[in-house]
Design a protein around this ligand. Structure first.
Ligand SMILES: Nc1ncnc2c1ncn2[C@@H]1O[C@H](COP(=O)(O)OP(=O)(O)OP(=O)(O)O)[C@@H](O)[C@H]1O
Length: 967
């Protein structure tokens, strides 16, 4: 997006403004539309094209890559560029991608009927969040525009301002409203991921946490956020809007977002297909912020192929409705144990009944996107093909009802389904599926209406006839009969006239300009009868009409024109009658969507061997105190699809416990942690989980801090981002939260990183009581298991044989003893010389450690067992009772010990060993004594093989500062 460019071309182009007083009537009309739509680029219908003029034309030409031409009229020459209306979609998409809003200035009267200038008006403003064109929308996805407003009365009680959030998907009519403090609303915005956000004058600034997938912010009329105006706006949508929201902020956001949505749809009044405004509390759902969605790769996978996401693993839906529903469920999993169990019941039943499931899937595969269809019907934009698609989708309903009918009773279940589980097996047994069956409204009269009214294979155009079925309307049938008879008469005319005149070469034809004619070649002109009237002379022939032919022609054309007009009227009437059932059709769409999502979950459960999770949560207040996660043979739903032999692992995490997970790089720590979190997310979505058995509590939030992902676009350093994510977790996590921390602290110098990791783990355990999985390469952290009641160690193992490392990917109790970092570097193809050098450094480090352990300063060991390949027992013996303060004090002493900066006394005396560490880089000169010797020791002690580039940089920086300090 280039805001500077946009300023010059949205609204009234300067070139048109400058000539405004002298413009022709048409350009003057263009100027008026531009001036009334200051935030949009106006595309102005001229015949079959959408045109733009002056600077706006330059933008259209550049962005859409079309030719810039010139329009000349009596008042001057104007640059002009246009796109064909018939094929406007790709050009509109380019303009939207470039950040423009596009106002379509359509001709709103028939050009042939117009007495002067054709009337034009903006019929739609296309914006990223309010597109309704199928060509510009992805199938099976949601596309929201959202608005935020803050309470005027904020802060009175000292509490943070309440922020209202409302979002509308204009293509389907879905409307959501919620509120919370600014953090909660930021989280909801991440979850809803609107394409566009409009903010009230007093609303906080919200920025998308993922700039790449973020929304377009937009300033919109402050008046729309006014409480009174908002309440008035909402009246057609809700009775007593004043009493329907939890706060003024919600009401104002809802009013404003609907005002904006109406404006983009041509300001034709309320959007009749927005029939349900659903308000919800963010706490009613499992909260997954953008960081969690990203790191758990729910919808996006940045590493592997784009399709390797949890959503893709779960998506066996059969239609766009189901796909959108499944996406909604996964973005907002449940927290109500009964609701979750109810979904599990339905999934289980569909999983058990494969014939029923396949029957449902086959039927749904022929369903069209009812939500978008009905919103088009209701907006008056649906064509005859849309109505036919709607009718075909309604035809699926009786089939589905039969499949879901009680197979044992007399409700007419299909025989195959009855046979499957024995004829006496009741189906469906679960309340959930029974409810869904009840909600399948066949809308028989709507289907019947469309079926009898609309042609089976109608044209796209609705004004040119052929859309209404014969037999639907007598007048129309009479007109069509007149037309047909006339055409038959004309078709017979040739034979009749050849007989009458004796001219064998005589022919009857038709063209646009002259209509019907009789053509006679020059050689036969002498045989032309008297009643022939000459119409046209060609090179070798003459064309004639007769009074009777003329009369017939008029009757054919008249009947056809009237029939087209009658058809259009009938079509619009049928469409309006269908639109009057919008709410019922939306209800059916919801039921079909849910059924499809459940069927998809069931299919996945069967195909991939998922198991129904048992929920530990009881009724509120009676949660078992340590009812935690217990998974047997758990798998990662995405990785197991790409790994040929995935190793299942158990997880046993009492509530409020912290599992410290160590192990070599690449051993499977992250995969394991994510499998556990994904099991929770899946279970609360209503899905079965990839495991042999699983018992799970219901969590309220899942937090993740996984991987040192860069946020260059967001303008934060890796470490800064890591720390802000950690801050949020430590602020908001509680006993009902699941927290995943992966290598926290690795983005900064080792000492600081270790300290932060340990302090965070302690805080999670002592203060927050959250259930946490903590993967780390800082082996010192494993000591916490001895000090804290609910901290325990897990580790991943690998075997090393003849220098080859094999990862077992199996989790076992206890702490890890080796890191295999150098081996992983070798596996990854790091050059031989670097690998060898790293091995030497590790060996030197180990030797040094041994010397220190056996020497005078046993307390000055390097703590990080991972870095040294130190065995578990060595770690354990060390500082069983170290509190954080002691731990940090020891870290400091480690540092001093390593650098010798405190006393000048270098433990282990590396300088005396004649080690390469005290030589200059080229190996010639000795490093000067004193500070220089310390530096050499510190340099030698750097564990390069285990450091991240940023750690190495920090260490170098430290060393350099010491040179400066030492002069
Ligand atoms: N249980 C498993 N069974 C089979 N393969 C697995 C398993 N777990 C992980 N892997 C494979 O090992 C790779 C590395 O796993 P993962 O990223 O979880 O390791 P890690 O220990 O977190 O590594 P690092 O410490 O370097 O971040 C995965 O991409 C996957 O291909």
């Amino acid at each position: 997006m280039q805001p500077a460019d946009r300023e010059t071309v949205t609204g009234l182009p300067p070139g048109i403004a400058a000539a405004r007083d002298t413009l022709t009537p048409m350009l003057s009309q263009y100027a008026d539309l531009c001036a009334a739509h200051e935030d949009a680029l106006v595309l102005f219908q001229v015949g079959d094209f959408y045109e733009a003029f002056c600077e706006a034309a330059e933008t259209v030409a550049r962005v859409c890559e079309v030719t810039l031409t010139e329009r000349s009229d009596s008042t001057g020459d104007y640059p002009m560029a246009g796109v064909p209306i018939d094929n406007a979609a790709p050009y509109l998409e380019s303009l939207l991608d470039a950040g423009y809003r596009v106002a379509l200035g359509d001709q709103v009267e028939d050009a042939e009927q117009a007495s002067g200038l054709v009337d034009r008006a903006v019929t739609e403003v296309i914006t990223p969040g309010t597109v309704v064109e199928d060509d510009l929308l992805e199938s099976g996805t949601t596309n929201y525009v959202a608005a935020v407003a803050a309470d005027d009365a904020a802060g009175e009680s000292g509490s943070a301002a309440r922020v209202g959030l409302a979002a509308v998907d204009v293509s389907t009519g879905e409307c959501l409203v919620t509120s919370g403090d600014a953090d909660a609303v930021a989280g909801e915005l991440d979850r809803i991921a609107p394409a566009e956000l409009i903010s009230g004058p007093d609303a906080p600034d919200f920025a998308p946490s993922d700039a790449a997938r973020g929304w377009t912010p937009h300033e919109y009329d402050d008046g729309a956020f006014d409480r009174r105006q908002a309440a008035e706006r909402l009246e057609p949508y809700l009775s007593a809007p004043d009493r329907r929201f939890a706060s003024d902020a919600e009401l104002r956001a809802a009013g404003a977002v609907l005002a904006y949505a109406e404006y983009t749809q041509g300001d034709d009044g309320p959007l009749s297909y927005v029939t349900r405004i659903r308000r919800y509390d963010p706490h009613d759902r499992l909260r997954l912020d953008a960081a969690a969605q990203r790191s758990l790769e729910l919808f996006e996978n940045r590493g592997l192929g784009a399709s390797d996401t949890l959503f893709d693993a779960l998506d066996e839906t059969n239609c766009a409705l189901g796909r959108r529903c499944l996406e909604r469920w996964l973005r907002r999993p449940l927290v109500d144990a009964d609701a979750i169990r109810s979904r599990h019941d339905a999934v289980g039943e569909l999983a058990d009944r494969s014939l029923a499931r396949e029957g449902v899937a086959d039927a749904l595969a022929t369903a069209y996107d009812l939500e978008r269809l009905v919103s088009r019907v209701s907006r008056g934009r649906a064509d005859a093909r849309d109505l036919r698609s709607l009718c075909r989708t309604l035809a699926v309903v009786p089939e589905l009802k039969a499949t879901l009918a009680d197979a044992s009773g007399d409700a007419g279940g299909t025989d195959a389904v009855a046979e499957e589980a024995g004829s006496d097996a009741e189906f469906p047994r679960t309340d959930h599926l029974r409810d869904l069956r009840e909600r399948l409204d066949a809308l028989a009269e709507v289907r019947e209406l469309i079926d009898t009214a609309i042609a089976t294979d109608p044209p796209q155009e609705i004004t040119e006839g052929g859309v209404i079925r014969e037999g639907f309307d007598d007048d129309l049938d009479d007109l069509r009969a007149t037309e047909r008879e006339g055409r038959e008469w004309v078709a017979d005319l040739e034979t009749a006239e050849r007989e009458r005149t004796g001219i064998d070469s005589l022919s009857v034809g038709h063209n646009q300009v002259h209509g019907y004619y009789i053509e006679v070649t020059d050689a036969n002109l002498d045989r032309v009868p008297d009643d022939y009237r000459r119409r046209q002379t060609l090179k070798n022939s003459e064309r004639y009409v007769t009074p009777e032919l003329k009369e017939r022609e008029e009757s054919i054309v008249g009947a056809a024109e009237r029939a087209d007009a009658v058809e259009y009227e009938l079509f619009v009437d049928v469409r309006d009658r269908v639109a009057s059932e919008t709410e019922r059709i939306q209800g059916l769409a919801d039921a079909l969507a849910e059924l499809d999502a459940l069927t998809s979950l069931a299919a996945v459960a069967v195909e991939r061997d998922y198991v129904r999770p048992e929920l530990r949560a009881e009724a509120e207040g009676s949660v078992e105190s340590d009812a935690g996660i217990a998974i047997e043979g758990g798998r990662h739903p995405v990785v197991e699809r790409t790994e040929t032999s995935f190793v299942p692992n158990d997880a046993d995490l009492p509530r409020g416990s912290v599992a410290v997970i160590t192990g070599p790089n690449m051993s499977g720590k992250s995969t394991y942690m994510r499998s556990v979190a994904l099991a929770v997310v899946l279970a609360q979505t209503g899905s079965f989980v990839p495991a042999q058995a699983a018992t799970l509590p219901v969590f309220d939030r899942v937090f993740t801090r996984v991987g040192a992902s860069d946020d260059i676009a967001g303008g934060q350093s890796t470490f800064m981002r890591e720390m802000s994510e950690l801050t949020e977790i430590l602020h908001d996590a509680g006993p009902d939260s699941l927290v995943l921390l992966d290598e926290v602290g690795r983005g900064t110098a080792t000492t600081d990183g270790r300290a932060i990791a340990r302090a965070a783990a302690e805080f999670l355990h002592d203060e927050l009581g959250a259930t946490a999985l903590f993967a780390t390469h800082y082996h010192g952290l494993t000591d916490l298991a001895d000090e804290r009641e609910r901290v325990f160690n897990l580790h991943f193992t690998a075997t090393r044989e003849d220098g080859d490392v094999t990862f077992l990917h199996r989790v076992v109790p206890g702490a890890s003893s080796s890191s295999y970092g150098v081996e992983v570097a070798e596996l990854a193809g790091v050059p031989r010389s670097v690998v060898d050098r790293a091995r030497d450094l590790v060996a030197a480090d180990e030797a040094d450690r041994d010397r220190r352990t056996n020497g005078t300063d046993a307390g000055a060991r390097v703590d990080d067992g991972a870095a040294s390949g130190e065995e578990l027992s060595g770690d354990k013996d060390r500082d069983g009772d170290a509190s954080l303060r002691e731990f940090l004090a020891e870290e400091a002493s480690d540092e001093r010990g390593a650098s010798g900066s405190d006393s000048g006394d270098v433990p282990g005396a590396p300088a005396e060993s004649g080690d390469a560490g005290n030589r200059s880089p080229d190996g010639d000169a000795e490093v000067p004594a004193g500070g220089g010797t310390d530096l050499a020791a510190a340099l030698r002690d750097l564990d390069l093989a285990r450091m991240t580039p940023i750690e190495a940089l920090n260490a170098l920086y430290d060393l350099q500062s010491r040179i400066d300090d030492d002069g």
